[in-house]
Design a protein around this ligand. Structure first.
Ligand code: PLP
Length: 367
């Protein structure tokens, strides 16, 4: 599997740029569905578009496989589930992004596959499941409890012939973990989040290790029309150019805030894989280069107190989603499908504001 000839931080700056003399430094936005007949591509939904391809080149190199851009992270996830033959066995973590859980449950309720949920920390159960599963779905850092999977142990366990191990790498990013290198078959990104980094687009990506799997996914994208917009691909690539510096800064702030929150009397519990108190800390230390930019914590007093804290926010935006330059926070149990979470659990996506300002804001919000 090709690792770029330079460091990943360099690759994401230099890759996917035009080479011809006199061309712009950045790949231009090519708003084209249709191309002149002759040699080469004829129609974008089938053969792609140069603007998506620049983004795919960069993401593919970062993850060490071949990438395909989709209209959203969920479109990418749906393409993976669409590969499954009738009656497949799908295994999903108990802590998992709720959109993917809904997608898996919907297919299961229609009898398209059987769905089993396993706790991320039960590595042995995942290893056993690998022998029977058609799709093992993991999150490198889970959303929202920020658990870290022992991906090395799970990827090395014998898998059913044709069974796929897919890893949603949205929260870790390839700068912290490269699942294909460890033996996964597929990586998914909601590029809407950290890759794009500015909360101004929806975009997804899949990266496959195997050319055959990539071809099947490309066919799925063509048939279902889950293609990205050119502006989104352009903006996501522009966002990617600064991923390394954004990530480094936000991770440092996240670690600072996680420690402060853990010592705050109004906070019952903090979930951050960089804290020694987090159940996944040992695995995270072994696998991850950095611990990510999201901190979840439980406010004493439950939903009411957590909602009051949200109402007091000024700098941090009370909003869903994560991975933008601006910090956002929400009470996850208020999101449909997430009612199983502690009612007072707040998920904070840390942005690029001054750490001290964010802490002052959190202290005020906690009261
Ligand atoms: N995976 C994770 C971990 C997410 O947090 C999300 C969105 O919140 C998705 C996938 C879905 O991505 P999108 O919203 O781009 O469809």
């Amino acid at each position: 599997m090709a690792k770029p000839p330079v460091k990943l931080e360099t690759w994401l700056v230099v890759a996917g740029r035009p080479e011809e003399a006199g061309s712009p430094l950045n790949p231009p936005i090519v708003p084209a569905s249709n191309f002149l007949r002759g040699a080469g591509r004829t129609y974008a939904r089938e053969e792609g578009n140069p603007t998506w391809e620049a983004f795919e080149t960069v993401v593919g190199g970062l993850e060490g496989g071949r990438a395909l851009a989709f209209s959203s992270g969920m479109a990418a996830a749906a393409a993976v589930f669409g590969l499954l033959p009738e009656g497949s066995l799908v295994v999903l973590p108990t802590d998992c992004y709720q959109g993917v859980v809904s997608l898996a449950k919907e297919g299961a309720s229609r009898g398209r596959w059987r769905l089993v949920r396993l706790p991320l920390e039960d590595t042995a159960a995942w290893q056993r499941a690998a022998r029977q599963a058609d799709l093992l779905w993991l999150e490198s850092i889970s959303n929202p409890l920020l658990q870290v999977t022992d991906l090395v142990a799970i990827a090395q366990a014998p898998r059913k012939a044709g069974g796929l191990l897919a890893v949603d790498n949205t929260l870790a990013t390839p700068l912290n973990l490269r699942p294909l290198e460890l033996g996964a078959d597929l990586v998914l990104h909601s590029a809407t989040k950290l890759l794009g980094g500015h909360s101004d687009l929806l975009l997804g990506a899949l990266v496959a290790r195997d050319a055959g799997v990539w071809t099947r996914l490309k066919k799925a994208r063509t048939l279902h029309g889950a293609t990205p917009g050119v502006l989104e691909a352009f903006l996501a690539l522009r966002g990617l150019r600064t991923l390394a510096v954004r990530l480094e800064r936000a991770e440092r702030t996240a670690a600072f805030l996680a420690e402060k929150l853990a010592a705050h009397p109004q906070v019952e519990r903090v979930f951050y894989p960089g804290l020694p108190s987090h159940p996944s800390h040992e695995v995270a230390r072994r696998l991850l280069k950095g611990y990510g930019t999201v901190v979840s914590f439980v406010v004493r007093g439950g939903a009411g107190q957590a909602e009051e804290a949200l109402a007091r926010l000024r700098l941090i935006r009370h909003a869903t989603s994560l991975g933008g330059v601006e910090s956002t926070m929400e009470r996850r149990a208020s999101v449909p499908g997430q009612e199983h979470l502690p009612p007072g659990l707040l998920r904070l996506s840390v942005g690029l504001e001054a750490p001290e300002d964010l802490w002052t804001e959190l202290e005020k919000a906690l009261g």
